[in-house]
Write a protein that binds this ligand. Structure first.
Ligand SMILES: Cc1cc2nc3c(=O)[nH]c(=O)nc-3n(C[C@H](O)[C@H](O)[C@H](O)COP(=O)(O)OP(=O)(O)OC[C@H]3O[C@@H](n4cnc5c(N)ncnc54)[C@H](O)[C@@H]3O)c2cc1C
Length: 474
């Protein structure tokens, strides 16, 4: 049998459908198969990229012309202790599988992204954060240990106590040092399937940040939606959501709210429009004329219909709002979208974000969805975190604006670096290698390369992101 087999060649894309390349895709079910694939790839001169659910906006799970290991068939729960909330799973278990498995026992993943479809391996590789970053940290802070297969043939077991270098390197390591084969995680005890949510409107970005700042460790979840198409005194206006877990005894019917069917998102909107076709209704509005009107309507409704509104919302509805609209990213059209998320220290963040939003509007490239979060630093090797703020901005990509958008992102990245900021490999598709060196720092890159040489001396684990940003001279 020739390796790689031509039958395996498949087109792959990033989440936003703005980058893509064909690769030979293998779907192992056991660690031994991964070891065999390492052996075959090394013999035949191919590199291997790892891929979970392909939910990264970046090129982190692409490896054009080479091998891609899709780990989603390794998706069994291996051990579960409902008394302690400690779970051991295979790497392809998704956030959705995880919460559906543990919810009825009163446990919830301590950190989740804005969608439930990523795999745990993908979440560890990027060391994801949630809307609770200031209180709960990143997902890696809740990992008790993992096993991984290294391209050098070693099978390792890592914990923060026994193997800190490998533990803090592989988590955040963008799938470039080894393959997670099992993950042990401590979950969060919950007493209800609902959160108490408080929503209010903020008149501009500086006001929003000063309203959120005192709440950063006072509330369990904190997130701001920012209208990036408003200008002048309203620049950066939007809506904040703060949410808290319910305490024991607060929920009069926890057995009901902790059921999976209570959490399930409805199949239709207003009982009429099937949610599977909603993205097609959004499509005509996703342009520089439609989005400002949608934003005005959303802001006015938050200002006049739901200002200081307190309500109960299910954990799933609060955390995975975007999953309400399957394929929403398709509404951006054929060229897809990129997300530009930067992380800026608290001292410089508000000035920098105000200037950045203003610049996007001056360049005629407004972003269509902006989300603001408060963060805290962590000690993982390729960390994106700061004691400060992140702003995620979604930009539509078209054949005509691609070059202009890259030039805009170059300008934005200069501003982020000037402000002492950082970037996130799950989201970045535009950074240049010299900028990666500047934000990661020479020392972190040296440590990463040392670990790479130790775990993967032949350079078998590669992705397009790796070749774009991380394998050049320091
Ligand atoms: C709508 C949406 C909302 C999001 N919200 C957030 C958010 O709030 N916070 C946040 O932090 N992120 C967020 N993300 C980003 C997402 O959580 C990350 O990109 C995550 O890594 C995706 O996981 P995945 O399983 O799809 O992995 P992929 O995107 O397929 O891969 C991600 C990385 O994992 C590596 N990998 C895959 N399998 C393995 C393995 N077995 N061992 C080692 N490495 C492996 C890959 O090589 C790659 O580098 C969001 C994404 C979307 C689409």
């Amino acid at each position: 049998m020739p390796f790689p087999s031509l039958d395996r060649l498949s087109p792959l894309e990033n989440f936003g459908h703005s980058m893509g390349s064909p690769a030979f895709v293998y779907r192992p079910t056991r660690a031994e198969q991964i070891a065999e694939l390492f052996e075959s790839a090394s013999r035949c001169g191919y590199t291997i990229g790892l891929r979970g659910s392909g939910r990264s906006y970046s090129d982190a799970a692409l490896n054009g012309g080479h091998i891609v290991l899709d780990i989603r068939r390794m998706n069994r729960v291996l051990e579960w202790n409902p008394d302690t909330g400690v779970i051991k799973v295979e790497p392809g278990v998704t956030i959705q599988q995880l919460w559906q498995y543990t919810l009825e026992d009163g446990w919830w993943p301590p950190v989740v992204p804005g969608t439930m479809f990523p795999t745990l391996a993908g979440c560890l590789a990027m060391n994801i954060h949630g809307k609770n970053n200031c209180v709960a940290g990143t997902i890696g802070e809740h990992v008790l240990g993992f096993t991984a297969l290294l391209p050098n043939g070693d099978s390792i077991t890592c914990t923060p106590q026994t193997t800190p270098d490998l533990f803090y390197g592989l988590i955040s390591g963008a799938g470039l040092l080894g393959v997670f084969t099992s993950i042990t995680l401590k979950l969060k005890r919950i007493y209800s399937g609902n959160l108490w949510v408080h929503a209010w409107a903020s008149p501009n970005l500086r006001a929003m940040m000063s309203e959120m700042e005192p709440l950063k460790t006072e509330t369990d979840y904190l997130v701001g939606w920012v209208d990036s198409t408003a200008n002048g005194r309203a620049l950066g206006r939007g809506q904040v959501h703060a949410a808290d877990y319910l305490h024991e005894g607060d929920d009069s019917a926890p057995a009901q709210t902790l059921r999976v069917d209570y959490q399930t998102l409805p199949d239709t909107f207003f009982g009429l429009v099937p949610k599977s076709s909603l993205w097609q209704f959004m499509r005509p509005f996703m342009n520089n004329v439609g989005v400002p009107w949608v934003n005005i309507a959303k802001f006015l409704s938050s200002r006049f219909l739901s200002h200081h509104h307190h309500f109960l919302q299910s954990l799933v509805a609060f955390n995975f709002l975007l999953d309400y609209v399957p394929n929403w990213e398709r509404s951006y059209g054929r060229g897809g979208l990129i997300q530009y998320q930067s992380f800026i220290p608290k001292e410089t963040a508000s000035d920098a974000f105000v200037e950045m939003i203003a610049l996007t509007n001056r360049r005629g490239l407004p972003n269509y969805l902006s989300v603001l979060k408060r963060h805290r630093p962590d000690k993982f090797l390729l960390s994106h975190a700061v004691d400060g703020w992140s702003m995620a901005m979604d930009f539509r990509v078209t054949a005509g604006n691609r070059a202009k958008l890259q030039a805009l992102c170059d300008e934005l990245s200069e501003m982020v670096l000037q402000a002492g900021g950082r970037f996130y490999f799950a989201k970045d598709g535009t950074l240049r290698p010299e900028m990666a060196v500047l934000f990661l720092g020479v020392e972190a890159l040296r440590r990463f390369r040392e670990l790479k040489a130790q775990c993967d001396p032949q350079g078998l684990l590669q992705t397009e992101l790796y070749r774009r940003l991380l394998c050049g001279p320091a």
